[in-house]
Design a protein around this ligand. Sequence first.
Ligand code: ARG
Length: 585
Amino acid sequence: MKNIKSGWKAFVFEAVKNMAAARNPAAEITPGEIVLEKPPRPELGDIAVPLFPFAKLLKAAPQKIAEDLAAVLGGAEAGEGARFTAAGPYLNIHLPRQDTARKILGLVENQKDAYGNCGALAGRKIMIEFSSPNTNKPLHLGHLRNDALGESLARILKAAGAQVQSVDLINDRGIHICKSMLAYQKAGAGKTPESQGLKPDHFVGGYYVLYNDMAKQNPAIEEEAHAMLRAWEEGDEAVRELWRKMNAWAIEGIKATYKRTGVSFDKFYFESEVYQKGREEILGGLARGVFYKDADGSVWVDLAGIGLDKKVLLRSDGTSLYLTQDIGTAISRHADWPFDRLIYVVASEQNYHFAVLFHVLELLGYEWAKNLYHLSYGMVNLPEGKMKSREGTVVDADDLIRELADMAAGEIRSKERESEVGDIAGVSEKIALGAIHYYLLQAAPAKDMIFNPKESLSFTGNTGPYLQYMGARISSMLRKAAEKNAPAAAPDPALLAAEEEWQLLKLIGEFPETVEQAAQTCNPSLIAAFLYETAKTFSRYYHDYPIILADDPPLASSRLALARGVLTVLRGGMYLLNIPFLEVM
Ligand code: ARG
């Protein structure tokens, strides 16, 4: 549709230019001034061109320009069957339907599953960091939003032609890690995830919760945790061994959740391996006078350049800071894989952190610091209230998926669809993931949101399961048509003359540009909204029009081609949102 549209853009530009030449020879216009919009109602046309920008130049009211253009273009041969009408200050273009339909369906049939991909970001190297858990506890609901955004964006950027490297920063060192280690040392002797029958990250998380209980009883334990961190930094072998053991458990469990949720990474960074680099960088900056030293020996940066106060970069006791670690990590990454852009998918709680991080890297003279971008996303809560991690009442990701899968299985049973569905456990798990990923992605990233499990699972409405359901219905219809081996006629786009068919064709045509926009704005919710609109439009169409018509093979075959186009877009879009596709549901 984009190519089709840009053809019309050039066409209108020529007409405006000619009009300008006749009326005001001094006037100069550029193609960029022609903007294509979507008319508010489909009856008005397919493309609207606002004419306000030319009023001054052409010395006429935009309404008058619209009328004149419509009159001139109405008779133009080059219009290839398009119609032009004026509506107030807009020129509306009614595309030649048969021709456009033929082009769109031809493109889908040719490109198949690659339909939707575009070259907008071709040649760009984009690194995207997401998830980045701490190894003291399992993934929670916030990580599900993070992972949904990161995985989806990685897929969208790839579809837009970029070379993408997804990375995960495992925060495997620091005081919070020592806390679960300390609790295990005191109360876990000899116990293992196997002995307790627990998923290993849940096993480790249990000790983090236990630590917090212990600290309530005995605040002095805090000092023991700090002592353990110092021992870790000094390389104390016993502490390191405990650390390796517990981290291995946590990471094994976290990776199992990634596998379960369809999330993958090209590279893992471990904070313990990169955090020292930050310290060297800060010392280098200090020597060059970029930072300054306090009387107590700590090193500071002045943030006046971004309207903020000052910030400590190295403490006087030499222990490491979150910010310093991130400085080293960013530098290592750019050396490993020189990116054009690095996107950090991290919650809005850390807006300040990233503003400071990017500025400090700029102060250090890294030219690429301007290519760092924080994709900040809002908090997710359950309807009951805020999730709390310290008290251990955090909404665990694995538990939430299991609960939703149980609810989905209940729904399948209550509708008595067990025999059609077959693998109930597998299908319900996919429905649960579809529900979660869609719900988390349909909101614009920056917005805080309430995750409502019940709502997310609804099979009707703006949900993942609704898309899965439409996908399954179309698939089943196409299977039936294939079984009948009917119809034995070539599709003819000219037969797709109903208004609903035209709306569907246009939606199919808009898929690649929707992918492009989502990639440009780092916003998967654009794809969610687009898929919902497409599924809804198809559902209405399917309700009102028979598709497999044995008595009219050319019409049936044309409608099936349309259905295949819708399915291609639905399946492709669901992939971009990490919503499992279901052949039956
Ligand atoms: N592990 C951190 C946390 O849980 C998030 C890390 C975000 N990424 C980064 N490069 N700082 O808060």
